[in-house]
Design a protein around this ligand. Sequence first.
Ligand SMILES: [Fe+2]
Ligand SMILES: [Fe+2]
Length: 249
Amino acid sequence: METISPINASAITVGQLVADDIRAAEVFKRLGIDFCCNGKRTLADACARAEVSVDTVLENLSQLPTGNRLGSERFDEWELGFLADYILNVHHAYLYQNLPFIEELVWKVAAKHGDYNPTLLMVRQVFDELKADLLAHLQKEEMALFPFIRQLISANTTETVPFGGQAVSLKAPIDCMEHEHSYAGSLLAQLREFTNDYTPPTDACNSHRLMLAKMEELEGDLMRHIHLENNILFPKALALEVKNSEVGG
Ligand SMILES: [Fe+2]
Ligand SMILES: [Fe+2]
């Protein structure tokens, strides 16, 4: 990865660093730096909050191999409609497939071991809330926000005004989605805390181990998902909206 000077650390955001090179996400995740819900924080600010020195982060980023970027797509260079399709086909599909499966495990493990390990009941409660919130959130994006973005894309190419010329803006729905992302992030943080960073107890049964592994996988997928929306899709859609309004007079 190219070198970032310490001066830039107080200007560049962690979301931008991950948008530039998705592999930075692994470094940030490892060092406990939130790059998705709080991707708008500068690197310096994010480091201070995570109690990690900027030098440590820069050192880790500089160790990412240069040249071979296989598996590190330049999402920020993708056409907007393609990125929206990718998010739906990969990340929304992941949640529809995995939330019910993890829920089954969570309920099974809580029923079997919750009487002597009450933290598992708290895990179940938080997971149930996360699942319900996420399913409602996906619906809002699929029924309202993403179609809105598609309208903006086609308005840009056909010079027609989206939604029949109604004076509606993306700003409010995007603010709402970002707020929901933050809340989902706080529920994930609780799950991580209650499960001791997804570490299985020594006597954990296989269902319990699988539950923890799947939850950690869910966390990683959701962080990428939120990063792609907060740090790439939403800012680009807002910029397109401004551009369209300028063209439209
Ligand atoms: Fe989404
Ligand atoms: Fe979202």
